[in-house]
Write a protein that binds this ligand. Structure first.
Ligand code: SF4
Length: 229
């Protein structure tokens, strides 16, 4: 069932507050082309953007274009990206996606979700990051932060990323999609942590259904009434 007017208003209020907090925002990953963004996004799984940014310059110095990485020796690539963790699987993925790009798209990164997700190693989340960030096209990438924040703020009751994405697509007009994920992610990192959210300084506290809101560290016991919403 499509969301009603009140649900859309609520979603708009949330995004409005996020825009106020983060007037402009983009990925913290460093990249110089859509293909590089594809590669660093794959490498960012289970590690920090800072870790990826540390190894990416050397990776792209040695293998500057998709055709170079497609022909790379996997062991050398593994060594180059070792510190990002899960380096064997990541090496397989970034070489495979570069091979697919060369074989099927002449090295050009497609501009639509359907084609992007046919590249080996590229899932819906990675594809959406590239569409929104590299091409400025409407797409919502759902990672663990987006999922958690959307759930706590009653924008979805879903668990599966694809379904969370569908709920967010229903709540927001298409022109807003590309500006959603990074703001939710940054908010999740800064304030709405999975285990220790900083509820006492959160601008969404009146909109949040999370039951265990965290009082300010120095608040006297029983002085968290303002958080009981
Ligand atoms: S009040 Fe706490 S749990 Fe709710 S959105 Fe804010 S930081 Fe997250």
């Amino acid at each position: 069932m499509p969301p009603d007017a009140a649900a859309r208003r609520h979603a708009r209020t949330i995004l409005g507050r996020l825009k106020k907090r983060y007037p402009s925002i983009s990925t913290a990953l460093d990249y110089a082309s859509p293909w590089q963004l594809l590669v660093v996004t794959v490498m960012s799984a289970q590690t920090t953007d800072e870790n990826v940014n540390r190894v990416a310059p050397e990776l792209f110095r040695r293998w500057p274009e998709p055709e170079d990485l497609a022909a790379a020796d996997p062991e050398e690539v593994e060594t180059a990206i070792f510190s990002t963790g899960f380096y064997r699987q990541k090496t397989k993925s970034i070489i495979a996606l570069s091979e697919d790009l060369m074989e099927r798209y002449d090295g050009e990164v497609p501009r639509n979700l359907e084609e992007l997700v046919t590249l080996r190693g590229v899932g819906r989340k990675t594809a959406s990051v590239v569409l929104a960030e590299a091409w400025g096209l409407p797409a919502i990438a759902v990672d663990t932060h987006v999922k958690r924040v959307a759930f706590r703020l009653s924008l979805t009751d879903q668990e599966l990323p694809d379904k969370v994405e569908a709920d967010l697509r229903d709540l927001y007009p298409e022109r807003e999609w590309s500006g959603i994920s990074m703001r939710y992610i940054q908010f999740g990192r800064e304030l709405c942590d999975a285990r220790k959210p900083r509820c006492w300084e959160c601008p969404m506290v009146d909109r949040c259904r999370y039951p265990d809101k965290t009082p300010a560290p120095n608040a006297p016991p029983g002085n968290s009434r303002h958080l009981d919403v």
